[in-house]
Design a protein around this ligand. Structure first.
Ligand SMILES: *[C@@H]1O[C@H](CO)[C@@H](O)[C@H](O)[C@H]1NC(C)=O
Ligand SMILES: *[C@@H]1O[C@H](CO)[C@@H](O)[C@H](O)[C@H]1NC(C)=O
Length: 458
């Protein structure tokens, strides 16, 4: 009677959980006396052999600042449980069973290089049990692991991050780990915008830690990640490259426009802002990444161009009364540099810029002085001829004197202007010279820094 009621209750319950009486009996038989804390081996000296496999599902985040890698993985474990075997014929042909995780013994496999409070990382999914005692346990997991990210070649870098799995409590005599395959499974990998997964080799290690005299086996997956540089090329390198080439135009800008220094300083500010962004994306480390080197080199060259511009402006804006352009400078500018740089070297209606052999370099000054002395002496001789006309002569002399002063001043002004124009031409030649120097420097740094050997060959 009691038995029938019990059966009825059981039947009612089993319909609710969608299980047959056979299965119910199997659960009862298997787990009634089972202690999940006991290692399931027939002989206590045998280790439980746990097969470890992993599939990478996605790379959630790489944190270069804190040297962290967050990955979403599917862990795959399997082992043989000597206490969970049954004959399918006794239980209506049931060959497999899904059991709640905490009903059976499970290996305490953790991520050794974990950087999160949650060492396990795995979700408590239910393992699969087969009648010959093999347990298959697949669990999704979110791991935050420590990974030394070397940014020397950033953004052309390749990183190797390890994920080391092992049992925390059992040494090799308690749990032996073996790898499921020679490499991690990458077939379910969801494409990442920043990283390509190149490979995921596996290695089994046995390590003696300083705590204990027994070896601990571990399975180590190495994630080989390669950064996709396009994002950084388009958002950081390209603007920098463009800006530095625009700076070259500064040397073609006329000095009179008054914009020369302003332009270079604006560019310098823009580059500094870019450098700040770069500094935020890379971790602080001893090695400067390629992109950082490039920015520093560009800022250095642009700073140099500020000096060049100021020098050119210094040549261009001379105060009247400044001495003529020294011969060596004239030779350098008009003989050596101007033809080389295709700058037109003649000016002022064909007047020679360089001194001819005869008058030895005092351009403009000498003819004025000569004319002055000659005219004076001729006037003095005419004054002696007649005394009647002294007053008139004096007036004329005064006019002549004034006129002469005027002419002299005019001539001096002309000469001064001549000198100033010469300085301006020197400035133009140097502007062109610095333009060439700047372009060569920029192209060279770009090629040298960006074409450095990469850690991988494309
Ligand atoms: C357990 O294993 C040890 C060593 O392998 C062996 O000497 C012993 O006989 C085994 N015991 C049983 C009950 O099988
Ligand atoms: C385990 O990994 C090694 C390489 O470390 C490999 O040679 C071996 O075949 C792997 N084992 C299995 C079962 O694939």
């Amino acid at each position: 009677m009691v038995r029938t009621i019990l059966w009825l209750c059981l039947a009612l319950w089993t319909t609710c959980v969608d299980a047959t009486p056979d299965m119910e009996r199997l659960y009862a038989d298997l787990f009634q006396t089972l202690n999940p804390a006991i290692r399931p081996v027939a002989n206590a000296s045998d280790p439980v052999v746990v097969t470890v496999g992993a599939a990478i599902q996605m790379i959630v985040e790489t944190d270069e600042q804190n040297q962290l890698l967050t990955t979403s993985m599917w862990m795959r474990f399997s082992w043989e449980d000597a206490l969970l075997r049954w004959d399918p014929d006794d239980y209506g042909g049931t060959t497999s069973l899904v059991v709640p995780l905490h009903n059976i013994w499970i290996p305490d496999i953790v991520l050794y290089n974990n950087a999160d409070s949650e060492f396990r990382g795995m979700i408590d999914t239910s393992p699969h049990l087969t009648h010959y005692g093999v347990v298959y346990w697949n669990a999704p997991a979110l791991y935050k692991s420590s990974c030394r990210l070397n940014v020397r070649y950033f953004p052309f870098d390749e990183q190797r991050c390890i994920l080391k799995f092992g049992s925390w409590s059992y040494d090799a005599s308690g749990i032996n780990l073996v790898n499921r395959s020679a490499a991690g499974d990458m077939s379910s990998f969801i494409d990442n915008g920043e990283w390509d997964v190149i490979g995921m080799p596996v290695r089994r290690n046995e390590v003696y830690y300083s705590c204990c005299p027994v070896p601990y086996p571990d399975i180590t997956f190495t994630l080989v990640l390669r950064r996709r540089p396009h994002f950084y090329l388009f958002n950081l390198l390209m603007p920098c490259l463009l800006v530095s080439f625009v700076t070259a135009l500064n040397f073609l800008l006329p000095a009179d426009s008054g914009e020369k220094v302003g332009l270079v300083l604006t560019v310098l500010l823009a580059l500094t802002v870019f450098l700040l962004i770069v500094a935020e994306t890379i971790p602080p480390s001893n090695t400067t990444p390629i992109i950082g080197k490039y920015f520093i080199a560009t800022i250095f060259i642009v700073s140099l161009s500020v000096i060049m511009t100021v020098f050119v402006l210094h040549l261009h804006f001379r105060l009247p009364g400044v001495g003529p352009v020294p011969i060596w400078l004239r030779k350098l500018a008009f003989v050596s540099l101007a033809p080389l740089l295709c700058v037109q070297a003649s000016y002022d209606h064909g007047k020679p810029i360089l001194p001819t052999e005869s008058n030895g370099g005092h351009l403009g000054d000498i003819p004025v002085k000569n004319r002055k002395t000659k005219k004076r002496s001729r006037w003095v001789s005419t004054e002696d001829d007649s005394n009647d006309l002294t007053d008139l002569a004096r007036a004329v002399a005064s006019i002549d004197g004034n006129l002469h002063t005027l002419v002299t001043r005019c001539n001096e002004q002309d000469a001064d202007e001549d000198i100033l124009t010469q300085w301006k031409y020197v400035a133009v030649v140097f502007d062109r010279f610095f333009f060439v120097v700047y372009v060569i420097l920029t192209v060279m740094t770009t090629i040298i820094i960006l074409c450095q050997p990469k850690p991988y060959s494309e």
